[in-house]
Design a protein. Sequence first.
Length: 677
Amino acid sequence: MEFHNLYNHQLARIAVGVPQCRIADPAFNAVQTGALMQQAHDAGAALVAFPELGLSAYSCDDLFHQRALLDGCEEALAELLALSAGLTPIAIVGLPLRIEHRLFNCAVALHRGRLLAVWPKTYLPNYAEFYEARQFNAAEELLSREMELLGQRVPVGSDVLVEAQDVPGLVIHAEICEDVWTPIPPSSFAALAGATVLVNLSASNVTVGKAAYRRQLVSQQAARCLAAYVYTSAGAGESSTDLAWDGQALISENGELLAESRRYHRGSQLIFADVDLERLARERMRQTSFGASVRRHAPQLRDFRRVGLELAPPREQALGLRRRVDRFPYVPADRSRRDERCQEVFSIQVQALVQRLESSGIRKLVLGVSGGLDSTHALLVAARAMDQLGLPRQQIIGVTMPGFATSTRTRDQAWRLMQAIGCEAREIDIRPSCTQMLQDLGHPYAAGESVYDVTFENVQAGERTSHLFRLANHLGALVLGTGDLSELALGWCTYGVGDHMSHYNVNASVPKTLIQYLVRWVAETDQLGHDSGRDVLLDILATEISPELVPGQVLQSTESHIGPYELQDFNLFYTLRHGFAPSKIAFLALQAWGDRTQGDWPDGEHVKRNEYELAEIKRVLGIFVKRFFQGSQFKRSCVPNAPKVGSGGSLSPRGDWRAPSDGEASVWLADLLRIPA
């Protein structure tokens, strides 16, 4: 397998062409269309789509009743059919066709000299500036299910699917312009019947505000159908008698806009996007309502016909992605969207905590404040919850609990933070109780030996948790958990104590990379209302992540043990949200992290501008696979209640993730071997 080829990871390259046209000049239009077909082939595309009635031009009006024009369109189609013999992509072109002594507005699919399907337009607009019923007939008026065209028998109808049998998941359906503007587009039924790539050949003149509406329409249809939706419209060359044309082309996948053309461009143009066919298939598997819709419409869907072909895409060469892959899938790169995301996540956490306090009748909170990221964010959420309840922040009891390796920096940050928040601040030195516990256990440390094993570390975690729960009992309070989604995924928490256990946890479905941005958002939007609060938050963000459990080390770095959180959160997202195999995750990670030009960095300078070679991506992914799939699930099976905050998923055994505690990681480890060393 050529690891660096997108077709070997269940992706397919889609192209959309907007050729320059001349009205009623099929020969010229065929040349323009053919040139874009060749470009799509050279770029490794599997499919290229062109506008409605593109071989004739849309604005021919009554010229469509002229035999010379209709003959010229079929001759142009023949030229493109001959050209296609040496090209890889399936091409879908628009032209008027005579069928059963009537005229139909059609989309025709062709591939390697073969006519695959003819889709007539289902809904003919006959209002405002549109008079299509004057020239054309609707698809439902057809009597035949096949037609003779250029010496070939071709399936005709809105119930035809084209399937590339050697590209798993690539099943194509086409509809035309007005079809997608209707309450139930034909593509909705095609998607239920198995189509994953829905193509719309449109002309669509432009008016003020129409471009934005098209984007919404296309993205919503892609989202509803759990499909890729490919849209192209007429551009330069159409008649301006009473209309204007902008040549808008769009590619959307499950509601996400992947590519858009330059509007009002005077020449021909071609856009590309790489569609993730596996993602679409997995979304349909995951959303049981999709299957329920199939069941409801099963009698109609069984009538769909499939036309198969061998696409033979280029698999043996390196073919990277023409698709944005965010380095931080939980964090929008765009500043305005990121601020909106932070506000939403923060509000969800606060609302959930307010509800728990109200329903329990508890009016006090206890939490450990380490001076690190997670406890900082939990304290910020707690403060806002108290504000919403109209309770004084003094009813939050923040406790810093220095141990054997607590640094002066984090202890100072914990105190500064609690003072900035205005909560009750306490300090409990856990070293005496930890020493007593180690002595009771007969641990070598109690005898003066420098033995810093897992028992030594976990005694400190256990003592902190024990103090928090007993303090909560004493004060009639609720222990607020601070552990995050990334730690749960990697099993980086001590069972039953530490960040693993609490009465309620606000961070359990928030990954580490997002928590960093949440804390920065609070600082930059001046949520605390004074400089001292902002300054301490920025200091906390600049602090290396460490459990601070082993004395005598310059720094006990968490990421040196479990890998960079920025990579591990990337691995988590594509494992938890999409169920991708490790080899595909590595391919995507290389696109995102292998070269800083591949994607945007959220928020610029404070982010480490790391780049990772494939070997490092594979190493870190190996750590993730072993820790996530084998040996950590028992910790996730008993986590406290916590609100789900994002569509990226949570690891609650009562929510998104139900898994056996005794599972094996062997199949995921085997897939890792597909990644080149």
